[in-house]
Design a protein around this ligand. Structure first.
Ligand SMILES: *[C@@H]1O[C@H](CO)[C@@H](O)[C@H](O)[C@H]1NC(C)=O
Ligand SMILES: *[C@@H]1O[C@H](CO)[C@@H](O)[C@H](O)[C@H]1NC(C)=O
Ligand SMILES: *[C@@H]1O[C@H](CO)[C@@H](O)[C@H](O)[C@H]1NC(C)=O
Length: 383
């Protein structure tokens, strides 16, 4: 009897319904910019858990920026497709199309799609060559959120990076999907910076730039059961470009498949800068590489478009990096490239069961300023 009552109480507390706020309550306009902001105000002020519902259908939305702190947890369930304006100037100078900040216990869920309508913006993306270029908006900015989840939804055709995670603690992406064409410029999937305890799980990320990238101050990150491709692969960095960068530590990437990407897993730092920081405890295991140009790469002379000189070595110390059980095919003969800094050589690098082929033959490994420990089957190093 007592057990039954306890069970009942537990059941009630676990299934406690949150207050549902249907976006339609604020009008049936196709453009939900105003409705979204109003719904957020109501949800955020609610003293019990609340959920904003955007049901199936097509909607348009301009840039929104909503903030906490909120009185209780807030969920946004999106089952429809929300489109950004295709004209990049319509978003004014919004850093992100959808910016959510300073919330504890936020959830974004549903089977919906956020369509950034990036095609026009990509054509104008010339920031690599022009100083006074238009900076395109990213699809999502999740800033200073704690204990939050993004689940189920898809981010499509962002004008710039799809997702920027900044200053978050305990943030999980589960079953979150990203799609943009291989040719779309700068459309990184998820960029994480200055955040702790971030997980990316069970997700497919097809895009024109990095799949997941870790900027400075990323700590305790787990990436698991993720499929990347097309795109530029999973990347730590680039680091070393800006003063005051924080260490990157404790990354586990496990059970991922990279298909047709430029890189598989990469750690990159700029040479010729004064930035001193560390990258430590990076573990990459159980990978399948399918036709990847550079499956395993540490590059401490990262200097795209010859923007810098390689005269002075990077001062970023990389240590305790393991590559374990990496299988599949490489699109270049040098399938493992480890170029470390001559001022601070890499330490504690391990290659274990790395068996990759190029045109049916084993790949070769290039190692500079690093003496990796080799266990099991793995290519021997040459300089
Ligand atoms: C998130 O957690 C940090 C660290 O505990 C805290 O300082 C911050 O106020 C929290 N933010 C919110 C929105 O709850
Ligand atoms: C992390 O956030 C999730 C989702 O809000 C929550 O269920 C979990 O308890 C949090 N974990 C910690 C260690 O606070
Ligand atoms: C590995 O990831 C794939 C998805 O890419 C998933 O289907 C599979 O169950 C995962 N395996 C394990 C052991 O978690």
């Amino acid at each position: 009897m007592v057990a039954n009552v306890l069970f009942l109480l537990l059941t009630i507390s676990c299934t406690a319904q949150s207050t549902v706020i249907d976006i339609k309550k604020f009008g049936r306009n196709k453009d939900i910019t105003q409705a979204f902001t109003k719904a957020w105000k109501e949800a955020c002020a609610s003293t019990s858990a609340s959920k904003i519902l955007i049901s199936s259908g097509e909607y348009k939305m301009n840039a929104v920026n909503v903030k906490g702190p909120c009185k209780a947890s807030v969920e946004i369930q999106v089952d429809g497709t929300i489109q950004a304006p295709a004209d990049p100037y319509a978003l004014k100078d919004a850093y992100e199309w959808i910016k959510i900040e300073y919330v504890d216990s936020f959830t974004l869920s549903g089977k919906g799609t956020f369509d950034g309508k990036g095609a026009i913006a990509w054509k104008h993306n010339n920031c690599r060559t022009h100083q006074n270029c238009k900076r395109n908006s990213m699809n999502f900015g999740f800033n200073f959120l704690n204990n939050s989840i993004v689940r189920g939804v898809t981010s499509k055709d962002s004008k710039n990076f799809h997702v920027n995670v900044l200053g978050c603690n305990n943030f999980t992406f589960d079953n979150f999907h990203i799609s943009a064409p291989e040719t779309s410029i700068n459309t990184d999937g998820i960029h994480i910076g200055r955040s702790t305890n971030v997980k990316v799980l069970n997700s497919n990320i097809a895009t024109g730039d990095d799949c997941v990238s870790l900027g400075d101050g990323s700590r305790e990150v787990i990436i698991k059961n993720v499929k990347c491709g097309p795109g530029h692969g999973i990347s730590v960095g680039s680091l070393g470009k800006y003063a005051g960068e924080e260490p990157v530590e404790n990354l586990l990437v496990k059970n991922c498949t990279m298909t047709g990407t430029d890189n598989g897993v990469r750690i990159k730092t700029w040479p010729n800068t004064a930035v001193v920081t560390t990258v430590t405890n990076m573990h990459f295991e159980d990978f399948t590489m399918v036709n990847v140009l550079h499956p395993v790469i540490i590059d401490q002379e990262y200097c795209p478009w010859n923007q810098c000189s390689k005269e002075n070595p990077s001062k970023i110390k990389i240590s305790k990096v393991t590559f374990k059980n990496i299988k599949g095919t490489s699109r270049s003969k040098e399938g493992v490239t480890l170029i470390c800094s001559r001022s601070v050589p890499c330490e504690g690098v391990e290659l274990s069961e790395v068996s990759l082929t190029y045109n049916g033959a084993p790949i070769v490994a290039k190692c500079v300023n690093v003496k990796p420990k080799i266990t099991g089957k793995a290519p021997k190093c040459s300089a």
